[in-house]
Design a protein around this ligand. Structure first.
Ligand SMILES: [Zn+2]
Length: 210
């Protein structure tokens, strides 16, 4: 089944508003970060699992990793194969989560907020920093401009293809596009509120990279 960008956006945004944000609000209230994820069946876009960040339990329990853990905790006969699923993350997955998605067998993922949003609007700079510090190796033949322009990871590779909500919105035109942009903006406002709560209590929960 191939879904249109509009159908995918509707599934992602509805699930974010109705399922991910309420869970995230609970997590943020206890000191965890604002990140969440959901896994859908490709066959009918129904939700298999939803989860939010749980870094107060372990710094590895990012929204995506927690979601993968919930997914693999389902009994095997109730769990669709990962290749028959669509993976959605509220924020562009970090290096840990990119690897988690890869190791877990998903062939796609979609995300709402970009790394730059996470750094600038959410004041959480670690995604870009880790990719630049740990993975991005300068080569002697490369100019500093070319090094700066080199992407931090490969959005289309042998394991999966990644697309942003902005990419999907960009596929639309006219009133459909406007309507979807309005829905995205409303969700961004909700996240501003959640981010304010997290930033207000940041540092108190003992998370190494807060
Ligand atoms: Zn992550």
């Amino acid at each position: 089944m191939t879904w249109t960008s509009s159908q995918l956006l509707d599934a992602f945004l509805t699930t974010t508003s109705e399922k991910i944000i309420p869970l995230t609000a609970q997590g943020v209230a206890s000191g965890s970060k604002v990140f969440g994820a959901a896994i859908f069946r490709k066959s009918d876009l129904s939700v298999v699992v939803v989860a939010s960040n749980h870094e107060t339990s372990s710094p590895l329990l990012h929204g995506e990793i927690n979601c993968i853990q919930h997914f693999y905790a389902l009994p095997a006969d109730q769990r669709p194969p990962p290749k028959e699923c669509i993976f959605f993350a509220t924020h562009e997955p970090c290096s840990l989560c990119l690897s988690g998605i890869t190791w877990s067998g998903f062939d796609n993922h979609y995300f709402l907020f970009t790394y730059e949003d996470t750094r600038d609007a959410f004041n959480i700079p670690h995604d870009i920093r880790i990719l630049e510090e740990v993975f991005k190796v300068p080569t002697p033949s490369e100019s500093s401009e070319d090094f700066a322009k080199r992407p931090l990871y490969n959005k289309s590779n042998a394991f999966w293809t990644a697309r942003s909500v902005a990419d999907l919105v960009g596929d639309l035109t006219g009133e459909d596009k406007q309507q979807m942009e309005d829905r995205v903006n409303k969700i961004k406002e909700d996240y501003n509120g959640l981010s304010g709560v997290y930033q207000g209590g940041k540092g108190g929960a003992g998370i190494p990279l807060a």
